[in-house]
Ligand binder design. Sequence first.
Ligand code: FMN
Ligand code: SF4
Ligand code: FES
Length: 625
Amino acid sequence: MDIQVHGAEPTDEERQAVDSLLGAATSGWEGGARDIARDGRAGRGGRAARDQRDQLLPALHAVQDRVGWVSEGALNYICQRLTVPPADAWGVVTFYHLFATAPRPLTVAHVCDDLACRLRGAEALCERLTEELGPAGEPKSSGGGTWMRSPCLGLCEQAPAALVVHAGAVRQTATLGPVADAIAIARALEGDTTELFTAPAARLATLRQSVPQAGSAGLKLLSRVGTVDPGSLDAYRRSGGYRALARAIELGSAGVIAELIASKLLGRGGAAFPAGRKWDAVARATEKTRYVICNADESEPGTFKDRVLLEEDPFAIVEAMTIAGFTCGAEEGIVYLRGEYPHAEVRLRQALAAARDAGMLGDDVAGAGFRFDIEIRRGAGAYICGEETALFESIEGKRGEPRSKPPFPVEVGVFGKPTLVNNVETLANVPWILLEGGERFRATGTPESAGTKLFCLSGEVARPGLYEVPFGTTLGELIELAGGVAFGKELFAVLLGGAAGSFVGADRLPLPLTFEGTRAAGTTLGSGVVLVYGEGADIGDALLRIAEFFRHESCGQCVPCRVGTVRQLELLQRLRNRTPLGDRAQEMALFAELAQAMRDASICGLGQTASAAVASGLALFDPFR
Ligand SMILES: Cc1cc2nc3c(=O)[nH]c(=O)nc-3n(C[C@H](O)[C@H](O)[C@H](O)COP(=O)(O)O)c2cc1C
Ligand code: SF4
Ligand code: FES
């Protein structure tokens, strides 16, 4: 019996898109009780339709991938299949920026106009696109597609960056300069896209641009980049891959945790939490069902390290998650992957399939008698979903609204179960720790910041890209490694840590890049962003962009952040327009009060850090004077 849809009907294509994910609807409301094929394996088999709420985002993606947008009929059909009330599903689909709820051409060029790209011609590119193709968001007259402005796409080293998405198939345009870019984008919208990413020569060129150190001696996390084929499990094994898992099995769960604790590895996702303590807490949980999550949402403007790791060394992340599953007693792993990372998704899917075929994932991993498998969940353009509890909500098919903590994820995480959440870069360190031992690992870096760190250099730096250096390297040394300031300019400022980080002046070049060093200097390493501004930079413009970003990305759940991010933007606009409320001093006092309220009373890190970069920029440079 076919599912009856009340209200707007889905088209055949929309119905097929949903059915190909959920299985054909065969028996009314419980039709969705079939197993869901995920990455070629059975999901939580035999679940009733009402338990499949977590398939809401995958179903929305399936429809949008097929037809380019989510119509009322398609949403209706998804709601019927998953027994989600339409009003609830509407709240979800409109929460995520990548989902379109109005007709949109099949091909869309997302053109970044965020912090790093603004310093490299994004506005000129957008102007040129307006001339060539018409205003953003309007379908091209010849029917090809449309272009849209976008926040940071995580391609900052290729600035000004654009991502051309053809419903289902995705192409990436690495850009060269405003004029050439506009033409390339126009061609892509006509369907004439040279697949820059997959063409070997172009891939290598892009890689050298992304990772200027590729192939150098002494690298750890980036050691395979450009030297080992990321699509080959054999090549991975030949380069030492899966030796760490063998070592983990030898050591046993307690032994792995002891090495992690000895290594002093701190989380690289921004909060710098000791990884060993987290793994230990999940391993000790009383609940038997546990999850391992790799946080690959990476949406902090200026950050692209996790994208490069996943694209260029995907097996290392799969191996690290498998070690985590073994150590913590979890059988299911989930990679929550940023929706704008299509190439990372392709690489990761290939790696998962190869690992499964080789028995390195599945019911008896490596013949060692434990079960572990990994699925990918795609985000859909919401920065807040990088916050770990918002990420759980998103996986569960809801709006990405952070939960109050405690309880902490190690006790009550995704689906209410103990969950280990680690950032991609944190996980990438794990095989190294097991291979060289925790003690030796921590010999690199400083006593409080062990190991090496990935930094994302972008903006007005001569060689933007991803760099790996030992903790303790100074800011000046790092910028020097990237060729110094571009265009023969003097250094003016650096945004450290991203939009949630803070600005520092040129006097901070001797700053050692460590957790403790940046903390003492009143700044943060955050997600490893080093965005360079040369003399003459318009810091006021950057502050306005950052304030817009937070206003846009606040989930709206708590008042200090929901209202505070709007007021912060309005205040900056008044300062820029020379129309202060009262005088400037009063505005600055108001800003201080606002910042404090957001910092002290917001539920999560977004609101707590939303004023940090703006406060530092105002204090250091007074750009609106
Ligand atoms: C607003 C916000 C966004 C975040 N985005 C990310 C992210 O994109 N990737 C990430 O790994 N951690 C992100 N985090 C931190 C996570 O909540 C969490 O601390 C981290 O994933 C834990 O992994 P780690 O211990 O390996 O760092 C974010 C936190 C906040 C408050
Ligand atoms: S601080 Fe902002 S993002 Fe975080 S829960 Fe509150 S409203 Fe949402
Ligand atoms: S891709 Fe443009 S700022 Fe990151």
